[in-house]
Write a protein that binds this ligand. Structure first.
Ligand code: BDR
Ligand code: CA
Length: 311
């Protein structure tokens, strides 16, 4: 078996971020070097507290949690309390954390991890790209020394905050523009893929039936997420967006990707945060890879296996 791929997970938990942490923690094909947090679904105090709560439930006592940016590079923060609730992780009962944020800031942690192991570390970003842009500003070498950057964000089809834009890119389009301009391999898992990763009631029941504290916590997260997705997005089943980004690192064969060049709209009146995607014929001409489909059953099998492995 190939060695586990080391990842830094930059996130804003967030229900689907929490499930992405569970997958990263419980899937032996990846090795979680650290969790960095950013403002997005809620303010950074809350996303950091939520990351610590999830790490506690998952038993991640040795994985650093490092707090990051409290606001986008240039814009006012937009949050998603309508989807994730006032805490950013509404649904399960609050957890008494046994994991606490480490000293330091997320962008430094990202730089240190990437530069310490050139060519080995994958950054998985499932939130606005503020921390990743700050890491690039501090050390442009991260783009060449990272193994890959995999993001949940964007869409080549329709957005979810506006018709043009997906939430993570909409919140900090200037950060996204910096990140997509830099010379690294980026794989974008956008709404085109994540809206195929819908968690059915049967899958949720299977997770609840695992019968562990972690399984119960995940099932309660999914129940809350289902309610808000029905109310706010008119979708019967919630998409586990962020899980797709971690799953791609663990097993790229679950996804179809196509070579492309993605540009970020920062100036448009109606198109702020749009990921303008030009598909390219030849891999060697491509700057980016863009996900187009996912094998849904295998994706949820991997998530269930990981939650089970956490005990
Ligand atoms: C993205 O926005 C957030 O609300 C989710 O956590 C996910 O990262 C989906 O648009
Ligand atoms: Ca997220």
């Amino acid at each position: 078996m190939s060695p586990a791929i080391p990842i830094v997970l930059d996130c804003d938990p967030g229900h689907d971020d929490a499930l992405a942490i569970m997958l990263a923690a419980g899937d032996s094909r990846v090795r979680l070097l650290g969790i960095t947090t950013v403002a997005g679904n809620q303010i950074v105090d809350k996303t950091t507290a939520n990351a610590c709560a999830v790490a506690t439930i998952a038993g991640l006592y040795d994985v650093p949690v490092v707090r990051g940016a409290g606001r986008p590079l240039l814009r006012e923060l937009t949050t998603a309390g309508n989807i994730h609730g006032d805490s950013g992780l509404d649904g399960p009962l609050p957890i008494v954390p046994k994991v606490h944020p480490q000293a330091g800031v997320a962008c430094d942690f990202i730089v240190d991890q990437v530069m310490a192991a050139p060519g080995e570390v994958t950054i998985v970003a499932t939130a606005p790209l503020t921390n990743v842009a700050l890491a690039l500003a501090k050390e442009p070498g991260v783009a060449t020394y990272a193994r890959e950057l995999v993001i949940m964000g964007g869409a080549y089809g329709r957005g979810n905050v506006t018709p043009a834009a997906e939430f993570n890119i909409y919140v900090d389009p200037e950060a996204a523009a910096m990140v997509f301009h830099a010379p690294w391999r980026i794989t974008m898992m956008g709404l085109d893929v994540t809206h195929q990763a819908l968690c059915s009631e049967e899958v949720q029941a299977e997770i609840a039936a695992i019968g562990t504290a972690t399984g119960d916590f995940c099932a309660q997260l999914l129940e809350y997420f289902r309610t808000t997705y029905r109310r706010e997005m008119d979708m019967a089943d919630p998409p586990v967006h962020d899980v797709c980004a971690v799953a791609y690192v663990a097993d790229p064969s679950l996804f179809v990707t196509r070579p492309a060049k993605v540009s970020i709209e920062t100036c448009g009146t109606y198109t702020r945060g749009m990921t303008v995607t030009e598909f390219l014929e030849r891999e060697k001409d491509s700057y980016h890879q863009v996900g187009t489909s996912v094998r849904r059953h295998e994706l949820f099998d991997a998530l269930i296996r990981a939650i089970r492995a956490l005990g």
